[in-house]
Design a protein around this ligand. Structure first.
Ligand SMILES: Cc1cc2nc3c(=O)[nH]c(=O)nc-3n(C[C@H](O)[C@H](O)[C@H](O)COP(=O)(O)OP(=O)(O)OC[C@H]3O[C@@H](n4cnc5c(N)ncnc54)[C@H](O)[C@@H]3O)c2cc1C
Length: 486
C-alpha cells in the first residue's frame, strides 16, 4: 500500500443515479487483461491480506484495490487506552501508506453493497460519490459494528467503543462531566454527572470501565470542589461472570480488582431503558447518569446483509477455506465471517471475533486468492487460540497466554508486550511505548480537546450503519450501469 497508487478519474458519467466513473489506476497500468482483486476493509484481516498479496504476487499477475473509509488500520485492542488518555489517538492509527514500495490502489470510501452475480461492489467514496467497482476476486473484511438490542432510548443515548472517533469523544465527554459537575451548585446534577455506566463484561467493556475509572480517579484530585466519593462507575452484564473466555478464576480476579477500585459490578443485569439523564437497570435500579457506554458485543458489518447470502448469527457463512459456497472468487474473513473453527474439532464451531484470528485468516485468504488465481488447490484455515490479555490500567491486568493464568505485573508485562509486538510499524511501536513511559512518569493529563464538541454522537453517527443499500437497491444500481453501456 504505497504512494505509487495515486488515483485519477476517468470520464464522469451518470446512469440511474450511479456514477460509472470508476477510479482508474494511474501510470498506464494494463487493467484489461489482469485479474482484479478487491479487498474491502483495512482492519486486521484486510491489511494482513493485502500485505501478503503485495509480497507474493508478481506485479503483472493481478491488480489489487483496497476499499477503506480511513487511511489507517486501527489497533482496536488499545482503544480503551485512547479513551482514558493513556495513548494519543494517532499512536494506534497505523498508516496504510507507510512505504513507497507497495503498489495497492487505495479507494477512499466504504462499500455499501455487493452484487455477487454481476461481480460488482458499490462504493460510497469519502466525497459521497457512488462508484461501481468491478472485480474478479473479492475479499470481504469489513469487520463488525456494535451490537444493539431493541431497548428504548439505547441507540440515541449510548456511546460505543469501536472507532477512534468514539474513543476520543468518550474521553472528552468524561472529562466534561467532571468540569460540569465542578461548576454546578445543584447536588442532583453533580451526582448524575459523576456516575458512569458501562454495559458489557467482555474484555472490551471491562477494560473500558477499568481504564476510565482510573482516569476519573486521578482527575478528581484536580477538582477540589468535588467530593471523590460521588464518582461511581457501574459495570453491568447479563452474563453470570465477567469475561467467561478467561475462565472462572481469572474472571473473578478481574472482578476483585475492579471492586477494590470502587467499580460496582452487577452481573445478571442489563438495562431496560436509556435516557439522556438516567438509565434504568433490569433489576429496577434507576441510575442518574449522562454517560452510558455500550460494549455488549458486536455484529457483522451491515455490508454482509447486502449480499443476500446465508449467514450464521449475522456473519457470512463461509467454508474453512473462507470461500462463499456457490460463488467463485468470493472470500470473507475476520469479524464479518463465520469461519469454521477446525482447531476446536466441534461440529458447527466458528472462530470467535478476535484480532488474532482476523490477522491469521488474512494471511491464509491471501494464499487462497493466489491459489485460485493460479489454478492450485485452496487450503483450510486452522489455528489454535493463543489466549487472551486484559489490561486493566496501571499495574493491574489478567492474562491467559497459552493457557497459563497470570495476574498483576506479570500479566501486565505479557499484555503490553503482546500488544506492542503486534503493532505493525516501528513508528506505532515508538509512539505507544513513549506514551506508556510518559504516562508512567508524568501521570494522566486531563485535557478536553473539544474537537468533536456539539457534533452528533449516536452509534450510527460514529459507525455509519445507515449508509448501506438493500440487496434490491444494489442490483438496481448495477443493472442501471449495464444498461447505460453501449
Ligand atoms: C475495545 C476492543 C478491544 C478489543 N480487544 C481485543 C483483544 O485484546 N484481543 C483480540 O484478539 N481482539 C480484540 N478485539 C477484537 C478485535 O479488534 C477484532 O476481532 C478485530 O479487529 C477484527 O478484525 P477485522 O479485520 O475483521 O475487523 P476490523 O479490524 O474492525 O477492521 C474492519 C475494517 O473495515 C473497515 N470497514 C468497515 N465497514 C466498511 C465498509 N463498508 N467498506 C470498507 N471498509 C469498511 C473499518 O473501517 C475497518 O478498518 C477488541 C475489540 C474492541 C472493540
Amino acid at each position: 500500500m504505497g504512494s505509487e497508487s495515486e488515483l485519477v478519474r476517468g470520464d464522469p458519467g451518470q446512469a440511474n443515479g450511479v456514477e460509472s466513473d470508476r477510479l482508474e489506476p494511474q501510470k498506464g497500468m494494463n487493467t484489461v487483461t489482469r485479474p482484479r482483486i478487491l479487498v474491502v476493509g483495512a482492519g486486521f484481516a484486510g491489511v494482513e491480506c493485502v500485505q501478503r498479496l503485495e509480497r507474493k504476487l508478481a506485479p503483472d499477475e493481478a491488480d489489487v484495490t483496497l476499499v477503506t473509509p480511513f487511511a489507517y488500520q486501527l489497533y482496536l485492542p488499545l482503544l480503551p487506552q485512547v479513551a482514558s488518555g493513556v495513548l494519543t489517538p494517532q499512536s494506534i492509527a497505523i498508516s496504510l501508506r507507510r512505504s513507497r514500495k507497495y503498489r495497492t490502489r487505495i479507494l477512499p470510501g466504504g462499500a455499501i453493497g455487493v452484487d455477487l452475480k454481476a461481480k460488482v461492489c458499490v462504493v460510497r467514496t469519502i466525497t459521497d460519490k457512488i462508484v461501481n467497482e468491478h472485480y474478479d476476486y473479492i475479499v470481504l473484511a469489513p469487520g463488525s459494528v456494535t451490537r444493539t438490542f431493541d431497548i428504548p432510548g439505547l441507540t440515541d443515548n449510548a456511546f460505543g467503543m469501536k472507532t477512534l472517533a468514539e474513543a476520543a469523544y468518550i474521553r472528552d465527554h468524561v472529562i466534561s462531566q467532571l468540569d460540569l459537575a465542578d461548576a454546578s451548585d445543584d447536588p442532583a446534577e453533580r451526582a448524575a454527572r459523576l456516575q458512569f455506566v458501562v454495559v458489557g463484561g467482555g474484555y472490551a467493556g471491562t477494560e473500558t470501565a477499568a481504564c476510565l475509572q482510573r482516569l476519573t480517579h486521578a482527575a478528581v484530585q484536580r477538582y477540589p470542589r468535588l467530593d471523590p466519593g460521588l464518582i461511581k462507575w457501574h459495570l453491568i452484564d447479563i452474563a453470570p461472570r465477567l469475561m467467561p473466555e478467561l475462565g472462572e478464576k481469572l474472571g473473578r480476579s478481574a472482578q476483585e480488582i475492579l471492586k477494590r477500585r470502587g467499580v460496582d459490578v452487577s452481573l445478571g443485569v442489563s438495562i431496560d431503558k436509556a435516557g439522556p439523564e438516567e438509565v434504568t437497570f433490569t433489576d429496577g435500579r434507576v441510575v442518574p447518569t449522562h454517560t452510558l457506554i455500550w460494549t455488549a458485543g458486536v455484529v457483522a458489518s451491515p455490508l454482509i446483509g447486502t449480499l443476500g447470502a446465508e449467514t450464521v448469527k449475522g456473519r457470512l457463512a463461509v467454508t474453512a477455506e473462507m470461500c462463499l459456497p456457490g460463488h467463485d472468487g468470493v472470500f470473507a474473513l475476520g469479524d464479518s465471517a463465520a469461519v469454521p473453527d477446525l482447531a476446536k474439532g466441534q461440529e458447527g464451531a466458528v472462530c470467535p471475533p478476535t484480532a488474532q484470528h482476523a490477522m491469521r485468516q488474512g494471511r491464509k485468504v491471501a494464499d487462497n486468492v493466489m491459489a485460485a488465481l493460479r489454478g492450485q488447490p485452496l487450503q483450510p484455515y486452522k489455528h489454535k487460540d493463543l489466549g487472551l490479555v486484559v489490561d486493566l490500567g496501571g499495574k493491574d491486568a489478567v492474562s491467559k497466554p497459552l493457557g497459563v493464568e497470570l495476574r498483576g505485573l506479570p500479566a501486565q508485562a505479557v499484555a503490553r508486550g503482546y500488544h506492542w509486538s503486534a503493532l505493525r510499524t516501528n513508528v506505532a511501536k515508538t509512539r505507544v511505548m513513549t506514551n506508556w513511559l510518559l504516562n508512567a512518569v508524568a501521570g494522566d493529563d486531563f485535557v478536553r480537546t473539544g474537537f468533536q464538541a456539539r457534533k452528533p454522537a449516536t452509534l450510527k453517527d460514529f459507525e455509519f450503519t445507515d449508509t448501506y443499500l438493500t440487496p434490491e437497491q444494489v442490483r438496481a444500481r448495477v443493472a442501471g450501469e449495464a444498461l447505460d453501456q453501449p
